[in-house]
Design a protein around this ligand. Structure first.
Ligand SMILES: Nc1ncnc2c1ncn2[C@@H]1O[C@H](COP(=O)(O)OP(=O)(O)OP(=O)(O)O)[C@@H](O)[C@H]1O
Length: 528
């Protein structure tokens, strides 16, 4: 036996090792790079979507369930990520293999390669068609997932109502129907997915049979020999698995595309309620509010406010009363431009609010409503939402005025105590006083108050009332009144009915009139 160069003996295993190592490292690098890309796309889309929802019209956010919006950020985005990662990992490789295979064929037998170039797109038609159906179904699956998330959010956050009304069977039934829907949709999606492989098998066989027939015919004619045959078979062996993989990938890509469409539909939605191009900051002197022939409705053809004209003089308090659904909340919501009137205008100190910057307008308004929003953060942070740059001293001073300092100091960690989801660790009266402290801190010249209808205990009630009185002093205040004490104190009372103002005056004047107010006053007002 010939003795080889001893170094050459080691060369092969060493090469083998190096190659293996390079392959492993590049595999690791590729996985990391594709995942990084997909994750960063995901993060950027989430940021863009969140910004879009934050800028969206209030009306639009009211219409869609919170759960289904959340589902866009969770389910839609997860689906997109999976689709992106799988495509990024396989798409280039498979396309490269097919191009390589066809180039190889072209080199051996151009006529045959041309034939393959014609047959391949034809054979992929059925798969593309299934892909389209998958995309359509995938959109339905995601929409339904939003519905399920919305339902879960609603029923779980309403746990108190569900339990006290023994609504568990009703809730279970509604859940069952949704999960059944989900099952049905996913099953039909699976049906389409499962079709891809067999359809590809048949299409592939037909294409291959065509290639072989052409090859056989050409070798009978003596135009190609055994070496060509071997080359072609080699090329087919390269192309077919890649084409197959691409076929299965097309389903995944279509699912991703369905999500992309949904995400961009959100991103492309332009808010209706926008700032005027030449908008200037609102200049507040006394903060007189004027409603001039304001007409507004939520649905076409139905008026929630029917040509309302009203002046709230600077620094005065006007109480709104009226039966449920008469338009009181709607009137309040027009001032910070949560909605725009369909006709007529709202002015503050003579400036049309549609022509001032939205930030300056909303900066001039404090809203204390009965559905108090506390975030799961510290007491301090929840008060500071009134003015984000407030110092600790200012926050404590606001809490003092709102009669909240004592109970806050008694909490386990004082101002650093977390309030729990939606402020669940606090009582109703405590939550209200935090909301009042927030408004005191904001120190806006206009106060919009939606008095709580739910009764607090007498002591808590008195404290909340006193805090509100301090807050509304010297501010232009529009209050939806539910208490006798409030209407008595108001400079004027406005009575609304079916979107119109039907009576105006003081408590004494209106009681003496014996109209709608007198009737409401008898039934509606608690002594507080
Ligand atoms: N988001 C909405 N979409 C459609 N219609 C609405 C919407 N909000 C209110 N409405 C309708 O507009 C009318 C006025 O409602 P609004 O909430 O202003 O009444 P309200 O006087 O404040 O009632 P309440 O005292 O019961 O709170 C009602 O007929 C109500 O059904």
């Amino acid at each position: 036996m010939k003795t080889a160069d001893p170094r050459a003996i080691w060369l092969a295993p060493a090469m083998f090792l190096v190659l293996g190592l390079v392959r492993s490292l590049s595999l690791y690098g590729q996985t990391l790079a594709t995942n990084r890309l997909a994750l960063s796309v995901m993060r950027d889309l989430q940021n863009a979507m969140y910004a879009q929802y934050m800028n969206a019209d209030f009306a639009r956010l009211q219409r869609q369930s919170t759960g289904s919006i959340i589902s866009r950020f969770t389910n839609d985005i997860t689906m997109l990520r999976e689709s992106l990662i799988r495509s990024a990992n396989n798409l280039t490789r498979d396309v490269f293999m097919i191009v390589f295979g066809i180039a190889w064929m072209l080199w051996i037998d151009w006529a045959l390669a041309l034939f393959v170039l014609v047959v391949l797109p034809l054979a992929s038609q059925p798969v593309l068609r299934i892909g389209k159906m998958i995309r359509h179904r995938s959109d339905q699956v995601q929409t339904q997932m939003g519905d399920v998330t919305g339902f879960l959010e609603e029923s779980l956050s309403g746990a108190r109502m569900v339990k006290t009304f023994s609504l568990e069977p009703y809730a279970r039934e509604r859940a069952r129907a949704r999960f059944q829907d989900r099952f049905r949709l996913l099953l039909s999606m699976t049906r389409f997915r499962a079709m891809i492989e067999p359809v590809m098998e048949v299409a592939g066989m037909l294409a291959l049979a065509g290639v072989l027939a052409l090859l056989a015919w050409r070798s009978v004619q003596g135009e190609s020999g055994i070496e060509d045959l071997l080359g072609i078979v080699g090329a087919v062996l390269v192309i077919s698995p890649a084409a197959r993989a691409l076929g299965s990938l097309s389903g995944v890509i279509q699912e991703g595309l369905a999500v992309v469409q949904r995400v961009f539909a959100v991103l492309d939605e332009a808010p209706q309620l926008t700032e005027a191009k030449d908008a200037k900051p609102l200049k507040v002197k006394g903060a007189e509010i004027v409603f001039d022939e304001v007409e507004f409705g939520y649905e076409p053809g139905i008026s929630a406010l029917d040509h309302v004209s009203l002046t709230v003089p600077a620094g005065k308090t006007v109480a709104l009363v009226g039966p449920s659904g008469s338009g009181k909340t709607t009137l309040l919501n027009l001032i910070p431009r949560l909605y725009d009137p369909r006709s007529g205008r709202v002015e503050i100190d003579g400036q049309d609010i549609a022509r001032v910057t939205i930030a300056s307008l909303r900066g001039a308004v404090s809203l204390v409503s009965q559905d108090i929003t506390l975030f799961d953060d510290t007491v301090r942070a929840n008060i500071a939402f009134g003015r984000l740059d407030a110092s600790d001293e200012e926050i404590e001073a606001a809490a003092q005025t709102a009669d909240a300092h004592d109970f806050i100091s008694a909490l386990p960690e004082g101002y650093a105590t977390r309030v729990g989801p939606r402020g669940s660790a606090l009582s109703g009266g405590q939550r209200q006083r935090i909301a009042i402290a927030r408004a005191i801190l904001k120190d806006a010249p206009i106060l919009l108050l939606d008095e709580a209808t739910s009764a607090l205990d007498a002591q808590s009630e008195a404290r909340v009332q006193e805090a509100l009185e301090r807050l509304s002093k010297d501010r232009t205040t529009l209050v939806i009144a539910h208490r006798l004490a409030t209407v008595r104190r108001a400079d004027a009372i406005v009575v609304m009915k079916q979107g119109r103002i039907v009576e105006r005056g003081t408590h004494e004047e209106l009681t003496a009139q014996g109209g709608l107010y007198a009737e409401l006053a008898k039934l509606q007002f608690s002594e507080g």
